[in-house]
Design a protein. Structure first.
Length: 92
């Protein structure tokens, strides 16, 4: 599904994940099938210009946003408090 066709709840979750420093673009792609370039376009479309520029400056070149550049020991892509934060009742 292309980013323009996604439900608003999914777009909100993609934006939330993109804002998180430790969530790589690969994780967003695995969950939603949206590439890094499509995430960037989506963020630009959905955010104010000043917010997008601030986000883009922060993420550009950040090793934690690109799994290939990340440290080998960093294998998970959600924080240890994710279950508590999202109120997810399912254990994995």
């Amino acid at each position: 599904m292309k980013p323009k066709q996604l439900p608003i709840e999914v777009i909100d979750r993609i934006i939330e994940m993109a804002w998180e420093d430790r969530t790589p673009f690969d994780a967003i792609h695995e969950q939603f099938g949206v590439s890094e370039g499509e995430v960037i376009k989506l963020m630009r479309r959905e955010m104010k210009l000043s917010s997008w520029k601030m986000w883009r400056k922060r993420v550009q070149g950040r090793t934690t946003k690109h799994r290939a550049k990340s440290h080998a020991e960093m294998k998970r892509f959600k924080c240890s408090r994710q279950r508590h934060i999202s109120l997810n009742k399912y254990k994995k």
